[in-house]
Design a protein around this ligand. Structure first.
Ligand code: NAD
Length: 289
């Protein structure tokens, strides 16, 4: 059966798979036009933290979105409940290829036949995890950065994605305060993320080699670039385990990359210092999430 684009989008929910750092933020953006978002996560702790985050942020973020009004969020540990009648499903589970393959097989079986299935993976092309998917024409990468603050999105075909999906998303997503840009060929790290990976790697090298400290690098960055945070504070926000997973993936593709950045990250991860989510990373944070 050929894929047909979803209709009646206005009245159908969006489903987000994973309630972690990104899942709850992606859900937040899709609530800004008053609609229903359902989040599926196996972990009740992650669900509770996502609920607290959304309760705090839904009203203010909707208020600053054009035509916005806060919607509703349902958090469930049952995947079919989350998927029921969703027009768009965004996967945001940890960056592990085996997990992504399993989840996409399930999503393709369980979601509505016209649902668009998107992955928020930072470093894997969706072409790498569609082997259990019957309808690859409805699958794509839809990579968010750090909404509601960094609101650009990369979108990228899995090699089979119906081009009408790209057009639909380019037209539709800006209403939720997020802005898609299409990678026109397959690219590990998409567009902006690839550039950001090189910046993180070199910042980590400078510290791993003992040339400078995270705090000094961030201060120089802020003074010269005019941004409120430098690369180390931003890595703490992302989660150092996630940053390490991503860098491991780039290194698997390109063995010539230096090991120092990965070794430095691993020291923090092994000590349980994952950044904002544990309260300690390159910095100490007051509010672990
Ligand atoms: P995270 O570890 O904060 O959250 C992942 C969530 O998935 C957890 O709440 C976990 O309980 C849940 N989960 C695990 N297995 C599951 C399963 N089988 N079914 C349902 N839920 C499950 O991770 P994150 O930082 O939100 O990253 C998620 C994805 O988003 C990754 O692919 C990552 O590359 C990507 N991403 C992360 C960032 C970032 O800044 N953290 C930015 C862009 C993209």
């Amino acid at each position: 059966m050929a894929f047909t684009l979803p209709t009646d989008i206005e009245n159908r929910p969006v489903a987000v798979i994973g309630a972690g750092t990104l899942g709850r933020r992606i859900a937040l953006m899709f609530t800004t036009q008053g609609g229903l978002v359902r989040i599926f996560d196996k972990s009740p702790k992650a669900g509770d933290a996502a609920r607290a985050y959304l309760d705090e942020n839904m009203a203010p973020v909707a208020a600053r979105t054009e035509g916005g009004k806060p919607g509703r969020v349902v958090i469930t540990d049952d995947m079919p409940d989350a998927l029921a009648d969703a027009w768009l499903v965004v996967e945001a589970v940890p960056e592990r290829l085996d997990l992504k393959k399993e989840i996409f097989g399930e999503l393709d079986r369980e979601a509505a036949p016209d649902a668009i299935l998107a992955s928020n993976s930072s470093s894997y092309a969706t072409s790498e995890f569609i082997d259990r998917v019957q309808h690859p024409e409805r699958v794509l990468n839809m990579h968010f950065y750090m909404p509601p603050v960094q609101n650009a999105i990369d979108i990228m075909s899995d090699g089979h994605t119906d081009p009408a999906i790209m057009d639909l998303l380019k037209a539709r997503l800006p209403r939720y305060g997020v802005h898609p840009f299409e990678a026109h060929k397959e690219s590990t790290g998409f567009i902006f993320n690839r550039i950001w990976a090189a910046i993180k790697r070199e910042a980590l090298s400078v510290v791993a080699e003992g040339v400078s400290t995270p705090q000094d690098v961030d201060e120089m960055w802020k003074i010269n670039m005019g941004t409120p945070a430098g690369p180390f504070r931003m890595m703490d926000q992302v989660g150092l385990d996630v940053v390490l997973d991503i860098e491991n993936h780039y290194a698997a593709e390109n063995p010539a990359l230096p090991a120092g950045p990965r070794e430095l990250l691993k020291k923090y991860v092994d000590a349980g210092h994952l950044g904002v989510k544990t309260g300690q990373g390159f910095y100490t944070h007051d509010t672990p999430s």
